[in-house]
Design a protein around this ligand. Structure first.
Ligand SMILES: *Cc1c(COP(=O)(O)O)cnc(C)c1O
Length: 363
């Protein structure tokens, strides 16, 4: 089998150019005589890779100077603990529940302080987003947490809430694991954003944290040193050994993004890809996506066959057509097509063509 179209939710499809470049540099990175994974993280070669990656990311996401970019480890799940360890100061935190990932964040934060539900879309099966004006945020809130894109339920904030306009001074924390770099970020509305790299940025093992400077330096006394944002920031993410190879690959992805027009061009491509798939789903009598139109994710498209007894046949046929990893998350069932930045339009076209053919054979 050659390279297939890979719809995995994460770890996920990578740009082929990046994989090719990494392969060509695997044994000897640019005349250094070393593979990147063999380099000291304190050597000048790796420092140059790190500095380039950070500068490219800052440029791509237009990260203001008063935000620090941290390259950490532990994934999005670890940040569910690391954020309250650094930001809660033992006080209360408010969570907007829009699916599995924000639910997990709430549960974990409860270990470190009072974690409250500001709003929840559970009653409609997480197919909508609660309107910010309805959120119940305490006046003592240390921060308000949202998941920007719910990878499992397929709902996405297409505009970040303006907490100040709601009369709330607490910083907004955004889990942007599964849509980082797919669209611009309005940093004026954000205090901290975090995400694992393995959805849209690179290989697993790297966690990106972008945090406003004034939120750094308030960690609880029992916060592990390696997870104290101040120590990480003061040491340019090298308080301990960072995930060097993952940072290198993410850096190649940042270069690839720049070569392809940056984040706004990526967003336009993502809109076109998602529209193609949703339009087809809405026109079909076999497949259905249950998410309210204005909340639909551009990155993760869950859908169901109205006749679920056909699921196995659908997946087997897809695999034959070189369309991989379409099975939905076990907690919701059905199917899911993740169409991150690195998924070309041709991949979505091939998926829709296959789905249309499959539907015809079911008549
Ligand atoms: C994948 C994901 C996570 C968890 O990431 P890990 O790297 O597995 O810890 C958290 N939040 C969201 C939105 C995700 O998509």
């Amino acid at each position: 089998m050659g390279r297939a179209f890979n719809f995995s939710a994460g770890p996920a499809v990578m740009p082929e150019d990046v994989l090719q470049q990494a392969a060509s540099e695997m044994l000897d990175w640019r005349g250094s005589g070393m593979s990147v994974m063999e380099m000291s993280h304190r050597g000048k070669e790796f420092i140059s890779i790190y500095e380039q990656a950070e500068a490219d990311l800052r440029e791509l996401l237009v990260v203001p100077a008063h935000f620090k970019i941290l390259f950490m480890q532990g994934g999005g799940l670890a940040e569910n603990a690391i954020v309250p360890l650094n930001l809660s100061q033992g006080g209360a935190m408010d969570f907007v529940l829009t699916g599995s990932w924000s639910q997990k964040s709430l549960k974990e934060a409860g270990k470190y302080g009072s974690a409250r539900v500001a709003a929840t879309a559970q009653s409609d099966g997480f197919t909508t987003l609660p309107q910010p004006a309805s959120w119940q945020i305490g006046a003592d809130s240390r921060y308000v947490h949202i998941c920007g894109n719910e990878t499992i339920h397929g709902v996405e904030f297409h505009e970040l809430p303006d907490l100040k306009a709601l009369g709330c001074d607490a910083p907004l924390v955004v889990d942007f694991s599964s849509h980082v770099a797919s669209r611009p970020v309005d940093w004026a509305r954000v205090g901290l954003a975090f995400g694992g790299a393995q959805k849209n940025l690179g290989p697993a093992g790297l966690t990106l944290v972008i945090v406003r400077e004034d939120l750094i330096g308030h960690a609880l006394p029992d916060c592990p040193s390696a997870f104290d944002y101040k120590l990480v920031a003061d040491n340019q993410s090298m308080y301990n050994t960072p995930p060097t190879y993952s940072i290198y690959i993410a850096g190649l992805v940042f270069q690839w993004l720049k070569q392809h027009g940056g984040i706004t061009a990526m967003e336009q491509r993502n809109i076109v890809k998602a529209q193609l798939l949703y339009d087809f789903l809405d026109s079909s009598s076999l497949y259905v996506n249950k998410v309210a139109k204005e909340c639909r994710s551009r990155m993760n498209v869950p859908f169901f066959l109205r006749d679920e007894s056909r699921n196995d046949a659908f997946l087997a046929g897809a695999k034959k057509a070189n369309l991989l990893q379409l099975k939905g998350h076990k907690s919701v069932g059905g199917m899911r097509a993740s169409i991150y930045n690195a998924m070309p339009l041709e991949g979505v076209q091939a998926l829709v063509a296959y789905m249309r053919e499959f539907e015809k054979t079911q008549a």
